[in-house]
Design a protein around this ligand. Structure first.
Ligand code: NAP
Length: 156
């Protein structure tokens, strides 16, 4: 099962200055609960932003990083062909966690989308292209004041 997980505002903004444009502890908790003990796949820029923010990798998750270069951590699996990786591992429980480059390459492989819709408009510099959700069913929606946690599953 290939899942994509991200948070975006009403304009599909996802990033600002190589970081998240917002701080929502409840979204970080949701992200942690879903990804703990799983494999998380990300682009090099997202990996670097995690290390900058936390000073270390996310605990108890196998990190797979798409990059043309090596990573200074032997526990990180570096790949340079995302499509090939997803073809090989599509039966495993894989979470694609960003950023834009990786989401857009991985979208055709997604079985499930975990989208946190933020009911605000923020400033930033990385926007996702418009997403066509016609191939997906909304299976869960949890509304909070500022956020909606939505899960979409690809129609069979
Ligand atoms: N809102 C959210 O949920 C969310 C989630 C994740 C990230 N973000 C935000 O998204 C932004 C980062 O997104 P991004 O699109 O700029 O970067 P990204 O997808 O995280 O990483 C891009 C990097 O991936 C590597 N890459 C891309 N295509 C490749 C290929 N074909 N072969 C080998 N390596 C390849 C390259 O690394 P090398 O240069 O090392 O080769 C490239 O610079 C940040 O602001 C971050 O905070 C937001």
């Amino acid at each position: 099962m290939i899942s994509l997980i991200w948070a975006m505002d009403e304009n599909q903004l996802i990033g600002k200055n190589q970081d998240l444009p917002w701080y929502y502890p409840e979204d970080l908790k949701y992200f942690k609960a879903l990804t703990l003990n799983k494999t998380i796949v990300m682009g090099r820029a997202t990996y670097d932003s995690i290390i900058r923010r936390n000073g270390k990798k996310l605990p108890k998750r196998h990190h797979v990083v798409l990059s043309h270069r090596s990573v200074e951590d032997s526990e990180v699996e570096v790949i340079n062909d995302l499509e090939k990786y997803l073809d090989i591992h599509h039966d495993e429980d894989i979470y694609i966690i960003g950023g834009k480059t990786v989401f857009e390459k991985a979208f055709p492989y997604a079985d499930r989308l975990y989208i946190t819709h933020i009911h605000q408009i923020y400033e930033g510099d990385i926007y996702l292209a418009p997403i066509d959700l016609n191939d997906f069913n909304l299976i869960t929606k949890i509304d909070q004041t500022d956020l909606s946690f939505c899960v979409y599953e690809r129609k069979s």
